[in-house]
Ligand binder design. Structure first.
Ligand code: GLN
Length: 251
């Protein structure tokens, strides 16, 4: 079994070790005998809908976002076709903002987005920084928690067509007010959570890996064999504790 990942702008959008999510995904795939091929997609590189089972994009400062935004916006149709075709996706922070319609940065410049998520983001005065804990229900009746770290000026407003990724238990989330974080559109997820995300949330890495495999196999996501995640669970608990203790406060 093989999964093809398209990693958008790995040289521009990669802060707080977002690249680490790919290393974790490759390891969790290999431990189950699944080959994970990561194909970087840089400025002007082709993005052929259907070629990738999973699309990934990390976060970045306003400056890097401004450099990639026109190139990403020009891919709106291809990205839309890929997601409509059942490809999985994970967009983190600055990448998450640019999967929406636009990000208006702290200078008031509106950076165009790909518009595959029904949302808009406007930078505020104060950065929202700290540990975050969410409660998610990606599968009906299966409540899970996600722990991570956020650092963003952007306030994201979800449109009527967008579902949040989760409810904020501790932290700021999309805008520090709505009580929600991230966005979900079928197999595609957006989030402000860095860290990177996957080492302390192995269930989420497995959920996306299974969605990507479902796309590769042209069917439902398969059940993945469990892995011994003691260390990951401990890391999750430490992160969750920090979020409960001090998440969501402006210093
Ligand atoms: N530059 C964006 C913001 O400040 C995204 C930051 C990030 O990716 N961490 O909101």
């Amino acid at each position: 079994m093989r999964v093809v990942v398209g990693h958008l702008y790995p040289d521009y959008l990669n802060i707080y070790a977002d690249r680490g999510n790919m290393a974790v995904l490759a390891g969790r795939a290999a431990w189950r005998g699944i080959e994970l091929e990561i194909r970087p997609i840089g400025m002007g590189d082709p993005l052929r809908p259907g070629e990738h089972d999973l699309l990934y994009v990390g976060g970045g400062q306003d400056r890097e976002q401004a450099l990639v935004a026109p190139d990403l916006a020009a891919r709106a149709d291809a990205l839309e076709e890929a997601l409509a075709g059942g490809a999985a996706a994970l967009a983190v922070c600055g990448g998450y903002q640019l999967f929406g319609r636009f990000y208006r940065d702290r200078a008031g410049v509106e950076l165009p987005g790909a518009g595959v998520f029904d949302l808009e983001t406007i930078a505020g005065e104060r950065r929202m920084i700290g540990d975050v804990l969410l409660e998610c229900e990606l599968e009906p009746g299966e409540r899970r928690t996600v722990a991570g770290f956020e650092n963003h000026a952007g306030r994201t407003i979800l449109g009527p067509g967008a579902r949040p990724l989760g409810r904020v238990v501790a932290g700021f989330g999309n805008d520090g007010e709505s009580g929600f974080e991230g966005c979900r559109r079928g197999r595609a997820l957006g989030t402000y959570l860095h860290g990177p995300l996957f080492p302390r949330n192995p269930w989420l890495a497995d959920w996306l890996l299974a969605q990507a495999l479902g796309h590769a196999l042209g069917g439902e996501p398969p059940e993945l064999a469990p892995l011994p995640d003691e260390l990951e669970r401990e890391a999750h608990e430490v992160s969750a504790e920090r979020a409960r203790a001090r998440g969501g406060r402006f210093d």
